[in-house]
Design a protein around this ligand. Sequence first.
Ligand SMILES: *Cc1c(COP(=O)(O)O)cnc(C)c1O
Length: 417
Amino acid sequence: MTVNDLDTQVDDALKGDAAPPPPQGSSTRAVHGGTQRRKAYNALNTPIVQTATYTFRDTQDLIDFMERKTWGDGDDREEYGRYGNPTVHAVERKLAALDGGDDAVLFASGMSAVTSALLTILPTGSHIVMTDDCYRRTRQFCLTFLKRFGIETTVVPMGDYEAMEAAIIPKKTRILISESPTNPYLRIADLERIAALGRKNRVMTFIDSTFATPVNQRPIEWGIDFVLHSATKYLSGHNDLLAGVIVGRADRLKALRDSRGVLGGIVDPHNAYMLERGIKTLGVRVAQQNATAMAVARFLEAHPKIERVWYPGLPSHPDHVTAVAQMEAFGGVVTFEVAADLRTTGQFIDRLRIPYIAPSLGGVESLIEQPALMSYYEKTSEERLALGIKDNLVRFAIGIEDTNDVLNDLDQALAGI
Ligand SMILES: *Cc1c(COP(=O)(O)O)cnc(C)c1O
């Protein structure tokens, strides 16, 4: 077989005419998944097609394009920047390969992905069932924005599958929304159970898998319909861009791709290139973050100045058994309670030399925050407690620094309070 035959085979595979490639590990998929081996100008990397519109040779060329678009199965070219871009497509194919979906649609941010997906899927008068530990802004969108369009949401406790099923209203409920792991307690949703509930009751299922990454957890393999990632976090991995993606079955995502052309939450081609560049190192970054997080969780759990550690890799976590069953590893975020008040907890954070104080997670730099002062600042201690946020709670989003340096830093900071 010649190199040219191989290229033809790869091109055919991308068009879906050939047998699927053998299963590959997630790091190989992060580098090669969904990527055409031949690119314009024989470049190794995906070219950045920085254009807002696309031209037609002559009137006949335009008519041919419209005929193909209207009647045929289309082709690779685009008509206008809001409808698509080759650089964006390249990242979408990679993201689909990583999560085991057959298509992916990329958006300008994680929130743009969630809001566009729900606006596309849900008709007026429909109903959502959502778990209570969901991302704050997703919850806000459902409970306030969608409510204005006559879409109601029932919030059920995370981990209570009887309550989830009981909340389903026949013919009205269209979607079950959950997250795994959640923020900040890293609760794990039983994906197989949620998928089965969805199928049994003819309801679609949607999982925000941002904290897990496709390296640690692939909800589609458990039967989930839609997977969301804020690509701002681990996928891009460098705290330098915002993007979001929905992965799923091609027939389900077609409507979403079309509605993106209307709602307009497209990602810039340069940003898409930066995201693809980040994704190529996802496997090694996440392996390092998993390993350090596990070591940090064990270290903190044994430390006398720590009251409680929340990490799904520890047997003490309420969802440890589910996590072991459905995850490859447990991610790079460790949440814990310092045996101290609001102020002393802040002093511990201030003594740390490695992590920056910042919201977000998943990048190469470690980030740390006290949720009471970050996401819940405007509330009183009592209001926060009612939401389950203690004053001494700390969320540590681990970067790719050396494990021992991170442990030594925590050790010295705890010794100082
Ligand atoms: C950050 C985040 C989002 C929102 O994504 P953006 O890219 O910031 O819009 C949604 N879900 C989870 C779990 C997140 O961490």
